[in-house]
Design a protein around this ligand. Structure first.
Ligand SMILES: Nc1nc2c(ncn2[C@@H]2O[C@H](COP(=O)(O)OP(=O)(O)O)[C@@H](O)[C@H]2O)c(=O)[nH]1
Ligand SMILES: [Mg+2]
Length: 356
């Protein structure tokens, strides 16, 4: 999973990147910033303990700050959106803070306006890609008509119709082979969309942040997740010692740091769950798209495991904790044998039986 930050210049993209990755991005002034972050997972910490401290492997999320030189005023968003074509999720950083020292490209902060403009720009960019491609295809067809080209033309003109009615590609009902056909075109509106509301330093209590993100979500329902945070404040917090940070957070009523909240929002936006594999040499968390089968879960670990799949031995983490140990979980019949079609549930601990 790669989350790409996009937005207007000076909305706080680089600051948010620093906050979620714990890195100082200033060093590489022009190059894109890319970093992988381990997904904190309390359940995995417990399993690590129970299985006598084997190697612990967390799930990872990548964050990308394209960090492209600021655009021309007449087209302020294009470069930053270009930079996230390779991301699997787009996080629009929307400026909600007021600061006379940080001028806003459009005069004043207005996250709803900015979101609408950025989303509109995403539609325009996808439409432009298709129009260009259709022209190309038509030229080629004049020379030599092939079934392949006609199929592609049909799918993308179908998409174009929907895009012109402001329906994102992610919402269009496409058959799997049609989806494959367009997957190489890296459409922006095909990606899940997250909102990161960069709010004023005075709006930092968790209660207030929840209110602000709720308000935004109600007014602009096109995002799969909304996270409100103050990038500036969070950036200052991570320079503090643990104890001072805790005290400061208690003082302003901030329950959780933004890095953890953003990770959770990324899982929410992509409908990702997690399953575990446990053993004496490794405990590991694996991200998985909700609704996936045991066979697909096996495939995320290794293709051999999928090809040679026999069955899955499954116990959910909650049942395991209730039982107290793996042995007791087995005695209580919490450990089930499941087949290929079993739909994996968040927190499942799975042992795959397979032959190669
Ligand atoms: N007051 C205030 N300033 C911020 C906040 N977030 C970022 N800034 C400032 O806004 C400027 C631009 O931030 P930056 O992260 O570089 O934005 P980018 O252009 O989107 O990457 C910097 O001077 C930041 O210190 C915030 O929450 N409050
Ligand atoms: Mg930047």
């Amino acid at each position: 999973m790669r989350i790409g930050f996009a937005g207007f210049p000076k909305s706080g993209k680089t600051t948010v990147f620093e906050v979620v990755t714990g890195l100082s991005a200033k060093a590489s002034a022009r190059a894109p910033h890319l970093a992988a972050v381990a997904v904190p997972e309390k359940r995995l910490d417990r399993l690590e303990c129970d299985f006598n401290n084997p190697k612990k492997v967390c799930a990872k999320i990548e964050y990308l700050d394209p960090n492209i030189p600021e655009a021309q005023p007449d087209e302020p968003m294009k470069p930053s959106l270009d930079g996230v074509k390779d991301a699997s999720v787009i996080a629009l950083v929307l400026r909600a803070f007021d600061d006379p020292n940080v001028p806003h490209v459009l005069g004043s902060p207005d996250p709803l306006r900015d979101a609408a403009r950025l989303i509109d720009k995403m539609f325009q960019m996808d439409i432009a890609i298709i129009e260009k491609r259709v022209l190309r295809i038509d030229q080629s067809i004049q020379k030599a008509r092939t079934e392949e080209l006609e199929r592609e033309r049909e799918v993308i003109t179908h998409c174009l119709k929907h895009l012109e009615e402001r329906e994102p590609i992610s919402d269009i009902d496409l058959r799997p082979e049609q989806k494959r056909e367009i997957s190489g075109m890296r459409f922006l509106t095909a990606k899940p969309l997250m909102a990161v509301l960069n709010v004023d330093e005075k709006d930092t209590s968790s209660q207030r942040l929840r209110e602000l993100s709720e308000q935004f979500r109600t007014a602009e329902p096109r995002f799969q997740s909304v996270t409100a945070l103050s990038a500036r404040l969070e950036r200052e917090l991570f320079d503090l010692e643990d104890e001072d940070r805790r005290l400061f957070m208690d003082d302003v009523g901030l329950e959780r740091l933004a890095d953890e909240r953003l990770i959770r929002a990324s899982y929410e936006a992509t409908k990702t769950i997690c399953f575990f594999t446990v053993g004496d040499d490794e405990v590991r968390a694996w991200p998985l798209v909700a609704g996936s089968t045991a066979l697909q879960a096996a495939g995320t670990i290794h293709t051999d495991m999928m090809r040679g799949f026999i069955r899955a031995e499954v116990v959910n983490y909650n049942d395991y904790i209730k039982a107290g140990s793996m042995r007791d979980a087995k005695a209580k019949h919490f450990v089930r044998l499941e087949g290929k079609e079993y739909e994996v549930v968040d927190g499942d601990m799975i042992l795959f039986r397979f032959n190669v």
